[in-house]
Design a protein around this ligand. Sequence first.
Ligand SMILES: Cc1cc2nc3c(=O)[nH]c(=O)nc-3n(C[C@H](O)[C@H](O)[C@H](O)COP(=O)(O)OP(=O)(O)OC[C@H]3O[C@@H](n4cnc5c(N)ncnc54)[C@H](O)[C@@H]3O)c2cc1C
Length: 405
Amino acid sequence: MPRCYDIAIVGGGFVGNTLACALATVPGQIALIEGKPISPANGKSPNRDERSIALALASQKMFDALGVWEQLGLHSIAIKRIHISDQGRFGALRLDSRNYESECFGYMVPAEKLILSLQKHLQGFENIQRVQPYKVSDIESHKDRVVLHGNGESIQAKLLVAADGSQSYIRNKLGISVQENNYHQTAIVGNISIDSDHQFTAYERFTRYGPLTLLPHAGNNCGFIWVLPNHVAAELLARPDEDFLLTMQRAFGYRLGYFSRVGKRFSFPLSLLVSQQRVHQRVVLIGNAAQTLHPIGAQSLNLALRDVVELSETLHSTPGVSDEIHEKLHIYATARQSDIRRTIRLTNLFNFLFTTNDPLLSRTRGMGLALLGAVPIMESYILKQSSGAPSTAARFLPGNSLQSP
Ligand SMILES: Cc1cc2nc3c(=O)[nH]c(=O)nc-3n(C[C@H](O)[C@H](O)[C@H](O)COP(=O)(O)OP(=O)(O)OC[C@H]3O[C@@H](n4cnc5c(N)ncnc54)[C@H](O)[C@@H]3O)c2cc1C
């Protein structure tokens, strides 16, 4: 006999865990299914995610409304300033959150703390069961239910949310095609120590190799994401730490003083993946399973969290996952389309402008930056995109439809 749930969420990453928190007050039983084993409590997992994630203000408000920020906020660093510059060219664009009547543009949070805070929060809900490790290895999709197979047992649910990442097993198994654009780029990610104060500033620097982002961390430390053509990334990854640090220092300059130490480096090959269908019978795709974006501009998770808000509203308005769920899921998918398309266009534009070596276009990039500095409307348009649409998160605030216990 299969174990039966109202909703099964496959994927215990950022998106699956956040959705489970947002659905905690929906009547019914929810399974949160994750293939990887539970990480050891000593924090020494070999799969440790050492990234920090940039959260837009709207995402921070959402975590606050869900009751997760109280813990997570203790580990966060505010981004109060943004500094954009171009190697080999004079001038820089400087944005200060105070000019936008805001204390900050967003927050950096350690990826590991984000997952742990979500998992801890979920422990308070009896209707949510963590099923882990359970690797889904087969799926039957019916008109009225979905049956999952894995680890020698079956799980049945009235609704399945696939939050199983870029290479989504569920998406592939259901034969849902993806539009793929290989950027032929790799992101090298890691942490460095600096010998000056970052002053809560995020730096975006167009280097001759590719765009380099430095993000404020606790103390005199910064996280970096360096987007590079594959062959350059392979060459830089192979270099010893001191060599790598020196190359990055030369490309970035000395506005943050001397770089003194680099931690473990990680690499991520970059592709845009867009699922051609988000809903299939009683299955809905979300997060990286639905769309995986270029990391430039830190849009991807923030976008997925807006999916989470909309989907949880849909499910709150369909208690018990009634028969109208199918129609509701299609309404959900249609409602999300324009935000997703807009965000993909924006990250592609950023990536194109920030990586082109064409002399004419790179001059245009300089002009684009100047224009961005000079025309507040454009600037605020970009900032609105970068910080997420506040109206969506506002619906999560206490007193609105979703509340933490
Ligand atoms: C270098 C880099 C930096 C980034 N920085 C930012 C940032 O600053 N801000 C931002 O908004 N976004 C950022 N992103 C994007 C962000 O990382 C993604 O949006 C986010 O990880 C997507 O989460 P997810 O839960 O959808 O997928 P994942 O994190 O991939 O989680 C999927 C989960 O599903 C599980 N799973 C897979 N298959 C199965 C199966 N068959 N059975 C059971 N479980 C399964 C996996 O084990 C995994 O835990 C960055 C991305 C990169 C590459």
